[in-house]
Design a protein. Sequence first.
Lengths: 116, 115
Amino acid sequence: AQSVTQLGSHVSVSEGALVLLRCNYSSSVPPYLFWYVQYPNQGLQLLLKYTSAATLVKGINGFEAEFKKSETSFHLTKPSAHMSDAAEYFCAVSELPRSSASKIIFGSGTRLSIRP
Amino acid sequence: GAVVSQHPSRVICKSGTSVKIECRSLDFQATTMFWYRQFPKQSLMLMATSNEGSKATYEQGVEKDKFLINHASLTLSTLTVTSAHPEDSSFYICSAMRTGGNEQFFGPGTRLTVL
Protein backbone atom coordinates (compact mmCIF):
# COMPACT_ATOMS: atom_id res chain seq x y z
CA ALA A 1 0.00 0.00 0.00
CA GLN A 2 1.10 3.52 -0.67
CA SER A 3 0.77 6.59 1.50
CA VAL A 4 1.97 10.14 1.75
CA THR A 5 2.59 12.21 4.87
CA GLN A 6 2.87 15.96 4.73
CA LEU A 7 4.43 17.46 7.83
CA GLY A 8 2.78 20.69 8.83
CA SER A 9 -0.75 21.56 7.80
CA HIS A 10 0.15 25.24 7.68
CA VAL A 11 3.43 26.93 6.82
CA SER A 12 3.95 30.68 6.94
CA VAL A 13 6.98 32.44 5.49
CA SER A 14 7.91 36.02 4.70
CA GLU A 15 7.95 37.26 1.15
CA GLY A 16 11.40 36.58 -0.28
CA ALA A 17 12.19 33.82 2.21
CA LEU A 18 12.87 30.17 1.47
CA VAL A 19 9.84 27.92 1.10
CA LEU A 20 10.16 24.34 2.35
CA LEU A 21 7.18 22.00 2.34
CA ARG A 22 7.85 18.52 3.64
CA CYS A 23 6.59 15.25 2.20
CA ASN A 24 7.44 11.67 3.09
CA TYR A 25 6.10 8.70 1.21
CA SER A 26 5.64 4.99 1.69
CA SER A 27 5.55 2.64 -1.26
CA SER A 28 6.34 -1.03 -1.81
CA VAL A 29 7.26 -0.38 -5.43
CA PRO A 30 9.22 2.43 -7.10
CA PRO A 31 6.89 5.40 -6.91
CA TYR A 32 5.86 8.27 -9.07
CA LEU A 33 5.73 11.39 -6.90
CA PHE A 34 3.92 14.64 -7.53
CA TRP A 35 3.38 18.07 -6.08
CA TYR A 36 0.15 19.88 -6.92
CA VAL A 37 -1.01 23.39 -6.05
CA GLN A 38 -4.63 24.36 -5.45
CA TYR A 39 -5.87 27.93 -5.31
CA PRO A 40 -9.18 28.61 -3.51
CA ASN A 41 -12.21 27.03 -5.19
CA GLN A 42 -10.13 25.74 -8.06
CA GLY A 43 -8.88 22.38 -9.25
CA LEU A 44 -5.34 21.10 -8.99
CA GLN A 45 -2.40 22.25 -11.03
CA LEU A 46 0.67 20.06 -11.40
CA LEU A 47 3.81 21.77 -10.12
CA LEU A 48 6.26 18.97 -10.81
CA LYS A 49 6.64 15.21 -10.87
CA TYR A 50 9.31 12.59 -10.27
CA THR A 51 9.19 9.58 -12.56
CA SER A 52 12.47 7.75 -11.80
CA ALA A 53 14.70 9.96 -13.93
CA ALA A 54 16.66 12.82 -12.32
CA THR A 55 16.28 12.98 -8.54
CA LEU A 56 16.17 16.79 -8.55
CA VAL A 57 13.04 17.86 -10.33
CA LYS A 58 12.35 21.39 -11.43
CA GLY A 59 8.79 22.57 -11.83
CA ILE A 60 6.80 25.63 -12.67
CA ASN A 61 6.85 28.94 -10.79
CA GLY A 62 10.40 28.38 -9.53
CA PHE A 63 9.59 25.31 -7.43
CA GLU A 64 11.75 22.23 -7.25
CA ALA A 65 11.79 18.99 -5.29
CA GLU A 66 14.40 16.36 -4.56
CA PHE A 67 13.67 12.65 -4.41
CA LYS A 68 15.66 11.02 -1.60
CA LYS A 69 15.10 7.29 -1.53
CA SER A 70 17.14 6.77 1.65
CA GLU A 71 14.90 9.22 3.48
CA THR A 72 11.70 8.36 1.58
CA SER A 73 11.22 12.07 1.13
CA PHE A 74 10.19 14.42 -1.65
CA HIS A 75 10.31 17.89 -0.11
CA LEU A 76 9.25 20.93 -2.13
CA THR A 77 11.36 24.08 -2.10
CA LYS A 78 11.46 27.53 -3.61
CA PRO A 79 14.35 29.91 -2.90
CA SER A 80 12.30 33.08 -2.65
CA ALA A 81 8.60 33.18 -1.80
CA HIS A 82 6.21 35.43 -3.67
CA MET A 83 2.82 36.61 -2.50
CA SER A 84 1.21 34.71 -5.38
CA ASP A 85 2.56 31.43 -3.95
CA ALA A 86 -0.05 31.50 -1.18
CA ALA A 87 -2.16 28.38 -1.80
CA GLU A 88 -2.73 24.79 -0.72
CA TYR A 89 -0.05 22.31 -1.74
CA PHE A 90 -0.55 18.58 -2.05
CA CYS A 91 2.09 15.90 -2.28
CA ALA A 92 0.95 12.72 -4.01
CA VAL A 93 2.19 9.25 -4.92
CA SER A 94 1.25 6.66 -7.47
CA GLU A 95 2.75 3.41 -8.61
CA LEU A 96 4.80 3.35 -11.72
CA PRO A 97 1.88 2.79 -14.05
CA ARG A 98 1.50 -0.71 -15.30
CA SER A 99 -1.80 0.26 -16.82
CA SER A 100 -3.59 3.45 -17.54
CA ALA A 101 -5.56 3.23 -14.31
CA SER A 102 -2.89 3.94 -11.69
CA LYS A 103 -4.41 5.72 -8.73
CA ILE A 104 -2.95 8.82 -7.12
CA ILE A 105 -2.90 8.96 -3.34
CA PHE A 106 -2.86 12.49 -1.96
CA GLY A 107 -1.36 13.81 1.23
CA SER A 108 -3.42 15.88 3.61
CA GLY A 109 -2.14 19.14 2.19
CA THR A 110 -0.13 22.09 3.46
CA ARG A 111 -1.48 25.60 3.39
CA LEU A 112 1.25 28.08 2.51
CA SER A 113 0.82 31.66 3.70
CA ILE A 114 3.13 34.50 2.69
CA ARG A 115 3.71 37.43 5.03
CA PRO A 116 4.41 40.81 3.42
CA GLY B 1 -3.27 21.08 -24.48
CA ALA B 2 -4.70 18.69 -21.90
CA VAL B 3 -7.58 20.81 -20.69
CA VAL B 4 -10.33 19.32 -18.55
CA SER B 5 -13.58 21.12 -17.89
CA GLN B 6 -16.36 20.50 -15.40
CA HIS B 7 -19.95 21.63 -15.55
CA PRO B 8 -21.50 23.13 -13.57
CA SER B 9 -18.87 24.89 -11.52
CA ARG B 10 -21.32 25.46 -8.71
CA VAL B 11 -24.73 23.95 -7.95
CA ILE B 12 -27.21 24.30 -5.13
CA CYS B 13 -30.02 21.80 -4.85
CA LYS B 14 -32.72 20.69 -2.44
CA SER B 15 -32.37 17.57 -0.36
CA GLY B 16 -33.74 14.52 -2.16
CA THR B 17 -33.01 15.72 -5.68
CA SER B 18 -30.38 14.36 -8.06
CA VAL B 19 -27.52 16.33 -9.51
CA LYS B 20 -25.40 15.51 -12.55
CA ILE B 21 -21.83 16.75 -12.91
CA GLU B 22 -20.03 16.55 -16.23
CA CYS B 23 -16.31 16.11 -16.78
CA ARG B 24 -14.94 16.68 -20.27
CA SER B 25 -11.49 16.35 -21.78
CA LEU B 26 -11.50 19.19 -24.30
CA ASP B 27 -8.49 18.49 -26.47
CA PHE B 28 -7.60 14.85 -25.88
CA GLN B 29 -9.20 11.46 -25.57
CA ALA B 30 -9.36 9.95 -22.12
CA THR B 31 -9.95 6.25 -21.67
CA THR B 32 -9.83 6.70 -17.91
CA MET B 33 -11.25 9.42 -15.72
CA PHE B 34 -11.23 9.71 -11.95
CA TRP B 35 -13.69 11.28 -9.55
CA TYR B 36 -12.60 12.80 -6.24
CA ARG B 37 -14.38 14.61 -3.45
CA GLN B 38 -12.80 17.16 -1.18
CA PHE B 39 -14.27 18.35 2.10
CA PRO B 40 -13.35 21.83 3.35
CA LYS B 41 -9.70 22.13 4.32
CA GLN B 42 -9.11 18.45 3.57
CA SER B 43 -7.38 16.43 0.92
CA LEU B 44 -8.83 14.81 -2.17
CA MET B 45 -10.33 11.38 -1.67
CA LEU B 46 -10.67 9.13 -4.69
CA MET B 47 -14.26 8.02 -5.14
CA ALA B 48 -14.10 5.98 -8.30
CA THR B 49 -12.22 5.20 -11.48
CA SER B 50 -14.25 5.54 -14.64
CA ASN B 51 -13.30 3.59 -17.76
CA GLU B 52 -14.86 4.34 -21.11
CA GLY B 53 -17.36 1.73 -22.13
CA SER B 54 -17.27 -0.24 -18.89
CA LYS B 55 -18.46 -0.06 -15.32
CA ALA B 56 -16.72 2.26 -12.91
CA THR B 57 -14.56 0.90 -10.11
CA TYR B 58 -15.56 2.36 -6.77
CA GLU B 59 -13.33 2.83 -3.76
CA GLN B 60 -14.20 1.13 -0.52
CA GLY B 61 -16.97 2.93 1.31
CA VAL B 62 -18.35 4.74 -1.74
CA GLU B 63 -21.92 3.78 -2.56
CA LYS B 64 -22.19 3.00 -6.26
CA ASP B 65 -25.97 3.41 -6.24
CA LYS B 66 -25.58 6.81 -4.65
CA PHE B 67 -22.88 8.10 -6.96
CA LEU B 68 -23.69 6.95 -10.48
CA ILE B 69 -20.86 7.22 -12.98
CA ASN B 70 -21.22 7.02 -16.73
CA HIS B 71 -18.30 7.20 -19.15
CA ALA B 72 -20.00 6.81 -22.49
CA SER B 73 -17.42 8.47 -24.68
CA LEU B 74 -13.68 9.12 -24.73
CA THR B 75 -14.20 12.75 -23.78
CA LEU B 76 -17.04 12.70 -21.28
CA SER B 77 -17.70 11.19 -17.87
CA THR B 78 -20.65 12.10 -15.69
CA LEU B 79 -21.20 11.76 -11.95
CA THR B 80 -24.78 11.79 -10.74
CA VAL B 81 -25.39 12.28 -7.04
CA THR B 82 -28.77 10.62 -6.47
CA SER B 83 -31.16 11.66 -3.72
CA ALA B 84 -28.69 14.20 -2.45
CA HIS B 85 -28.50 15.03 1.23
CA PRO B 86 -26.70 17.86 3.04
CA GLU B 87 -23.82 15.53 3.93
CA ASP B 88 -23.14 15.15 0.19
CA SER B 89 -22.22 18.82 0.05
CA SER B 90 -18.62 18.91 -1.07
CA PHE B 91 -16.19 19.94 -3.77
CA TYR B 92 -16.12 17.31 -6.52
CA ILE B 93 -13.08 17.18 -8.78
CA CYS B 94 -12.52 15.00 -11.80
CA SER B 95 -9.34 14.14 -13.62
CA ALA B 96 -8.70 12.62 -17.00
CA MET B 97 -5.86 10.47 -18.20
CA ARG B 98 -4.88 10.71 -21.85
CA THR B 99 -5.32 7.40 -23.66
CA GLY B 100 -1.91 5.69 -23.55
CA GLY B 101 -0.55 8.26 -21.10
CA ASN B 102 0.13 8.19 -17.38
CA GLU B 103 -0.55 11.72 -16.17
CA GLN B 104 -3.87 12.87 -14.73
CA PHE B 105 -5.15 16.30 -15.74
CA PHE B 106 -7.56 17.84 -13.27
CA GLY B 107 -10.75 19.72 -13.83
CA PRO B 108 -11.56 22.97 -11.99
CA GLY B 109 -14.02 21.28 -9.63
CA THR B 110 -17.73 21.53 -8.89
CA ARG B 111 -19.02 22.94 -5.61
CA LEU B 112 -22.19 21.09 -4.58
CA THR B 113 -24.35 22.50 -1.82
CA VAL B 114 -27.38 20.49 -0.73
CA LEU B 115 -29.93 22.42 1.31
